[in-house]
Design a protein around this ligand. Structure first.
Ligand code: FAD
Length: 378
């Protein structure tokens, strides 16, 4: 069942949330069809077109600058269920636009309507070969040049590369300053000094390396504000990773339940076997707890609190639970679950990066544990 029917919505939904849910459900067939395009680049482009057609990019690059956690979570739960590729493209459009929403100048903000309409796609380039979880180790160098900067260095694991025409890039104006030297830049990807090298993850996810050799960019915000802008970006979108995981896990449970009701072994449907029912019970319980934690974190954020611990708990629990739920779905489908092209096989690959990107599970545990250790509430 496609998620987000009227009786499947969080209790706190208002009329705007209900209208969004109806729009998402109406867009689901086109979003699913996008995955039937001939090859990976065509599927990427078809996903962008379906997201744009449904007007969804406006949620991550809104004209009023207010990104609502609830809207992100409803959208990513549906996208996780229907098309994991579209889910990642949607989320990264937000990651790539957010610094400009928060601190961009007039010229940079002039690109926002194109991003909101899906006429342009953005990327968000933080990670480097020697700076993964340790963002402060970023070494891509920014040197002032006239009214802009020249960037030199290498970024890797950058989503939306291949589709994106512009990227938010965090680089250092002076490595000796550590995180105080980190500054955000707006980089057109079609200029000289920019090379994109595709990477091929196991998940349906456009990804690449970004090699910069004196590439021209403009600064977003103040010198030294890059670390803070990057953290605000992640703070805004991290809760929605949990929602995407919930959507993928729900799809896996739907697929598994359908299969075990129909598949007969030992003279009766698998669904009548107590051990199979135990799997279904554990899967449903994990999904429900993850969904409730995601809603709580989204509600806390939309109420104006930072919600760091609630968000980290939701991201940690939902992504780990979804991995387990999807693994059990593969198990319940038996050999059919590991054949390339099966929905649960697709989900098995699609879920894996969610425990890594936007802060690994270990980093989420570090955030939660540190908060408790220093006297905060769990
Ligand atoms: C599909 C995908 C898409 C991505 N998209 C983007 C993107 O668009 N933009 C972008 O900038 N980045 C992106 N990333 C990069 C992602 O954010 C990093 O992979 C992630 O932050 C981890 O960095 P790393 O891979 O270098 O691993 P490392 O930081 O080298 O970590 C390796 C392992 O060590 C653990 N570890 C690290 N530090 C600690 C610690 N202090 N305590 C305990 N354990 C620790 C980690 O949890 C992990 O298990 C993407 C990654 C993937 C897989």
């Amino acid at each position: 069942m496609i998620p987000l029917s009227t009786d499947d919505l969080p209790w706190f939904c208002d009329d705007g949330d209900r209208a969004l849910a109806a729009r998402l459900r109406a867009a689901a067939p086109a979003l699913a069809a996008a995955e039937e395009a001939a090859d990976e680049p065509a599927r990427d482009r078809a996903a962008v077109a379906a997201l744009a057609e449904a007007g969804l990019f406006a949620l991550v690059a809104p004209a009023d600058g207010q990104v609502r956690a609830r809207s992100l979570c409803l959208t990513r739960e549906l996208l996780g269920w229907v098309n994991a590729r579209a889910d990642s493209i949607f989320a990264v459009q937000g990651l790539g636009s957010y610094a400009v929403l928060a601190a961009g100048d007039a010229a940079q903000r002039a690109r926002l309507p194109d991003l909101a309409a899906g006429r342009a796609v953005a990327a968000f380039a933080l990670t480097e070969p020697e700076a993964g979880s340790d963002v402060a180790a970023i070494s891509t160098r920014a040197v002032a040049d006239g009214d802009g900067y020249r960037l030199t260095g290498e970024k890797m694991f950058i989503s939306n590369l291949g589709l994106a025409s512009v990227a938010t890039v965090v680089a250092t104006v002076d490595p000796a300053l550590g995180r105080k030297g980190l500054t955000a830049f707006w980089l057109p990807l079609d200029g000289p000094g920019v090379t994109v090298v595709p990477q091929a993850p196991i998940a349906p996810h456009p990804l690449g390396r970004l090699i910069l050799d004196g590439a021209r960019a403009t600064r977003i915000g103040e010198v030294g504000a890059g670390f803070g802008l990057a953290m605000r970006t992640l703070d805004t979108f991290r809760v929605s990773v949990a929602a995407a995981a919930v959507g993928m896990a729900r799809r896996a449970l739907d697929e598994a339940a359908r299969h075990v009701r129909a598949r007969v072994q030992f003279g009766k449907p698998l669904a009548e076997q107590p051990l199979v029912q135990a799997h279904l019970a554990d899967m449903a319980t994990q999904i429900d707890s993850a969904r409730l934690m995601t809603w709580r974190a989204a509600a806390v954020k939309d109420a104006g609190a930072r919600g760091t611990v609630e968000v980290s708990m939701a991201k940690l629990h939902a992504t780990e639970a979804a991995q387990d739920v999807i693994d059990r779905a593969v198990q319940l489908l038996g050999g059919r679950g590991v054949v390339a092209g099966a929905m649960v096989e697709h989900l098995y690959r699609a879920i894996r990066p969610l425990r890594i990107y936007e802060g690994t599970s270990e980093i989420q545990r570090t955030i939660i544990g540190r908060a408790i250790a220093t006297g905060g509430s769990p």
